[in-house]
Design a binder for this molecule. Sequence first.
Ligand SMILES: *[C@@H]1O[C@H](CO)[C@@H](O)[C@H](O)[C@H]1NC(C)=O
Ligand SMILES: *[C@@H]1O[C@H](CO)[C@@H](O)[C@H](O)[C@H]1NC(C)=O
Ligand SMILES: *[C@@H]1O[C@H](CO)[C@@H](O)[C@H](O)[C@H]1NC(C)=O
Ligand SMILES: *[C@@H]1O[C@H](CO)[C@@H](O)[C@H](O)[C@H]1NC(C)=O
Ligand SMILES: *[C@@H]1O[C@H](CO)[C@@H](O)[C@H](O)[C@H]1NC(C)=O
Ligand SMILES: *[C@@H]1O[C@H](CO)[C@@H](O)[C@H](O)[C@H]1NC(C)=O
Ligand SMILES: *[C@@H]1O[C@H](CO)[C@@H](O)[C@H](O)[C@H]1NC(C)=O
Ligand SMILES: *[C@@H]1O[C@H](CO)[C@@H](O)[C@H](O)[C@H]1NC(C)=O
Ligand SMILES: *[C@@H]1O[C@H](CO)[C@@H](O)[C@H](O)[C@H]1NC(C)=O
Length: 516
Amino acid sequence: MPKHLTLELISLVNILCIHFLKCLMVQRSTAAYGPLSCHCLFLDLMLLGFFSPQYGIVLDAGSSRTTVYVYEWPAEKENDTGVVSQTFKCNVKGPGISSYESNPGALAKPFDDCLNKVKERIPVHLHKNTSVYLGATAGMRLLRLQNETAANEVLASIQNYFRAQPFEFRGAEIITGPEEGVYGWITANYLMGNFLENFHFALKYITGPFVTMGALDLGGASTQISFIPEDSQENFNSTLQVKLYGYNYNVYTHSFQCYGRDEAEKRLLALLLQKSNTSSNVDNPCYPQNYNTVLMIKYFSGSLCTQSLRPANYYPNQLVNFHGTGDPGLCQEMVSLLFNFTACRDREDCPFNGIHQPKAKGNFVAFSGFYYTINALNLSGHFSLAEFNSSMWFFCSQNWAQVSRLVFCLSYCFSANFIYYLLVYGYNFNAETWPQIHFQKEVGNSSIAWSLGYMLSLTNMIPAEGKLIQLPLKPALFAGLLVFLTAMALLCLLFLVYLLSGVQQRKHGQIGHFAW
Ligand SMILES: *[C@@H]1O[C@H](CO)[C@@H](O)[C@H](O)[C@H]1NC(C)=O
Ligand SMILES: *[C@@H]1O[C@H](CO)[C@@H](O)[C@H](O)[C@H]1NC(C)=O
Ligand SMILES: *[C@@H]1O[C@H](CO)[C@@H](O)[C@H](O)[C@H]1NC(C)=O
Ligand SMILES: *[C@@H]1O[C@H](CO)[C@@H](O)[C@H](O)[C@H]1NC(C)=O
Ligand SMILES: *[C@@H]1O[C@H](CO)[C@@H](O)[C@H](O)[C@H]1NC(C)=O
Ligand SMILES: *[C@@H]1O[C@H](CO)[C@@H](O)[C@H](O)[C@H]1NC(C)=O
Ligand SMILES: *[C@@H]1O[C@H](CO)[C@@H](O)[C@H](O)[C@H]1NC(C)=O
Ligand SMILES: *[C@@H]1O[C@H](CO)[C@@H](O)[C@H](O)[C@H]1NC(C)=O
Ligand SMILES: *[C@@H]1O[C@H](CO)[C@@H](O)[C@H](O)[C@H]1NC(C)=O
């Protein structure tokens, strides 16, 4: 038997025995002689939870809006799994920060409204002790590609704003696509308790490496997929090594720029315009029947994602009238044009656009835009692919008079077709594997979003090493520990037997029931 396993097993016996002994003593001292049921575990947890909380704030500066998250945890347990939870969330009014490129000064006002609410949530004496992190995602990545000066000005303006705030500002940065993907993966698995750090010892030999869930994130400007590939030999070029609580995870992650919900729809509109014979009246099969809207061409063609689709004679302020035809079949056909399958040349490990991707495996949690879309179709949790298809067809075939009551309903037919296409034809989920995707936006009251994983990582709240000593043991040390722990375990067990026999006598030989 490996040395560590031996020590861990004996430690496990010790811990269980001592815990049980303690329970027994408490029960004896409170003279509770019912069937032996031990509630001390609960007592322990209550005692451990009795700590002053700490707070952290993360601003998720997405392409379409900024969300402020407030997290809380008991200070003394900050490195444990599952102790950080979200206590407050607030959406900053107005568009995402990348929209302020021409007027960064105007950022302050909408931020104020949210920050004032946050200040009420956190005790005043802790304000100075609360860190604020701002991470910007694909919207700012695109702006930086388009005009780096403008992107830096927006970030500088945010720095200025937070210098005047009572909190400890830890900087505003643009995070990369792979970071966004992995932080989302960490958040999802942290919240679902998949990093079982508390039951570390021994268990890992019995259960093998912990099972994690893949993460599917759909933002406004990019979409991320992250999971642990089946083939552990998967080449390290496409995976990121993450070390959490003493375990190594090779996470495959990819962020598809311009495949976020909003940018994808802009590309669809630009494609529809390109394909139509007129430049002012365009049918949109993804809009509800009889819906008409007039858009300035720069609204969709001004983006970096649609640059290659701009008409030859491009006048940013030219108006285009889009007319909805509510045709789900045609909508799907148009959506398919957003993906380039020829670039993969039938390679199996390639979803689209020539990107390498191992076969998707295991369970997935699909959050943010994925969740909001299926929620608009009145679906939730997990359901069959056929169910999704029929809900989508029903939703997309409605005419404008029927759907106008729904807020934000306009784009959901497109989103539904887009995620259907992305998941089925892009990532190759089929009727059989589809139910492995769980559409979920939060666990408890904590949102599944990259922001929590980001904070956990920046604050080192997920240590790379587990708590157990994993250093190579010298034979002498091993022998010493073995003797000591075995003696402890034997003593404890003997004492336990002694106590139990006492209990049984008092209960006239009745055999106790041990409930934990
Ligand atoms: C958490 O881990 C970090 C780094 O591993 C360490 O510096 C810090 O003291 C730990 N905090 C607690 C409360 O254990
Ligand atoms: C808050 O206080 C704790 C404990 O005193 C300290 O470890 C931590 O670094 C402080 N955080 C900030 C942001 O000042
Ligand atoms: C980039 O942004 C800056 C600041 O907003 C602006 O002055 C400049 O004209 C922009 N450059 C381009 C090429 O758009
Ligand atoms: C990994 O990337 C390097 C350089 O980008 C390349 O030379 C190497 O062949 C790649 N390895 C695999 C297994 O794809
Ligand atoms: C555009 O014109 C061509 C040829 O005139 C025609 O075949 C096609 O159906 C037209 N497309 C649309 C969207 O009207
Ligand atoms: C698809 O990708 C290939 C290879 O990168 C490229 O040659 C082709 O033009 C692309 N097709 C479209 C429709 O973008
Ligand atoms: C979803 O359910 C609500 C309430 O039952 C209903 O008003 C709405 O029309 C439904 N939406 C769809 C797309 O079925
Ligand atoms: C989706 O549903 C529609 C309408 O019920 C049906 O015509 C179509 O064949 C379905 N598509 C798939 C792939 O099942
Ligand atoms: C979630 O929040 C609601 C309302 O704030 C609260 O009643 C509920 O207990 C919370 N649930 C959890 C699991 O924290």
